[in-house]
Design a protein around this ligand. Structure first.
Ligand SMILES: [Fe+2]
Length: 394
């Protein structure tokens, strides 16, 4: 419903209330989305301004002219708004301090103490979700533009046509509602997208873990290898000071370090005799293949990918796939390399028997500094002063 009337509020505050019929269907919608606010009792204001009172308020009228305030207030209250009044920017800020954010603020430009422009600046900073409509008796374009630049929802010239006020208030509050809704949807969607991405990654990880365990279990020589490597690596890393996410990355990296072996011919993996050059190439490509398989974890678990790619590197640079030397090899991969070597030695192979843990520990120390990281070796050995507690396969 669109109303056409000549009702207006001037600087003298005179209005023709009897002819005002400007509550349209849109207004009902706009009013329905403005939350009522519980306001605290305010000390009586100076200069006859109506003080803030306890109750619900969704509009604050700021003008040094009592008749303008009263007129605007009466008009808006007749339409369902609960209005508070203030006679200056300073008093309006006192009101806002007590009430918190008020959805709609209508403020004059020229006021004592704190003028409209300065008031607007503070409101935008402290109560950015309040919609502020500025009023002025002067038709200066620059002032209007300045107000809009500062974040005013609109700028109205006195005398104010009530139908114009209706349209402007309606538009300002609709815009505010859309901004708030948008923000809510954005935050809600961001949260949902984040939760879904995390779930997708969890499902991917579960799938990879199940596949790795199933393939490993088929082979008597590798059964339980990944879980033992993970356990040894966590014990070593804990001793080296890893905690929290860092330790979790090593646990998972240990569990998945051989993931690249999936799909590799068993005849090659367990060949008791020397490998052909082609077979060597196939083996040396496994870490990079594993890294590619786990690429969906790159963002959330980068340490896992480092371990998968670099756990066959050697300190002397003679490892693969990149021939990294010393500290160029990620520490996480150096730790897993120690655990991997130990489990390989203490597990029976088709071409040899398992070596006793104490002997295998001695072997680790022998290659510390050339093949393995000496600190990681010592941390591993120190983690198991009693080798009988090691989860060596039967
Ligand atoms: Fe391994």
């Amino acid at each position: 419903m669109r109303c056409h009337n000549a009702a207006s509020i001037s600087d003298s505050g005179q209005s023709d209330q009897s002819r005002v019929q400007w509550w349209s269907v849109d207004w009902m919608f706009v009013a329905s989305i403005i939350p009522p606010m519980v306001t605290a009792a305010m000390p009586h204001a100076a200069e006859g301004a109506t003080p803030a009172v306890a109750g619900s308020a969704n509009c604050l009228i700021v003008d040094d002219e009592p008749s303008v305030r009263r007129s605007l207030s009466r008009t808006l209250q007749a339409q369902g708004f609960h209005c508070l009044e203030a006679c200056s920017g300073r008093q309006a800020l006192q009101v806002l301090e007590k009430t918190g954010e008020i959805p709609l603020i209508i403020s004059d430009m020229k006021m004592p103490e704190l003028d409209g422009m300065a008031f607007l600046e503070v409101v935008r900073r402290q109560f950015p979700d309040s919609s502020v409509i500025m009023l002025s008796g002067m038709s200066e374009t620059t002032t209007a533009v300045d107000c809009l630049h500062l974040g005013a929802a609109d700028f109205l010239l006195k005398p104010i046509s009530l139908s114009e006020l209706q349209a402007r208030v309606s538009r300002a509050l609709e815009k505010r509602a859309l901004v708030l809704q948008n923000r809510f949807y954005q935050q809600h969607l961001e949260h949902q997208v984040q939760a879904q991405a995390q779930r997708i990654q969890e499902l991917f990880l579960q799938g990879v873990q199940m596949l790795a365990r199933a393939l490993e279990a088929k082979d008597a020589y590798t059964r339980g290898h990944s879980m033992r490597v993970s356990q040894y690596a966590v014990a070593t890393a804990s001793r080296l000071g890893f905690t929290g996410q860092g330790l979790e990355g090593i646990r998972l990296g240990g569990e998945l370090h051989d993931i690249g072996k999936i799909g590799t011919r068993e005849a090659v993996l367990h060949k008791p005799t020397s490998l052909t050059p082609e077979e060597v190439r196939e083996i040396t490509e496994l870490p990079a293949l594993g890294e590619r398989m786990l690429s969906p974890l790159a963002h959330e678990s980068p340490d896992v990918l480092k371990i998968v790619r670099s756990h066959h590197e050697r300190l002397d640079g003679r490892g693969f796939p990149d021939g990294l030397r010393g500290e160029k090899i990620p520490i996480e991969a150096r730790i897993v390399a120690v655990a991997d070597s130990f489990d390989a030695m203490t597990t029976r192979r088709p071409y040899r028997e398992a070596r006793p843990p104490v002997e295998a520990m001695g072997e680790l120390r022998k290659v510390a500094g050339t093949q393995l990281d000496p600190e990681a070796v010592e941390a591993f050995v120190a983690s198991y002063p009693d080798p009988s507690v090691l989860p060596i396969p039967a």
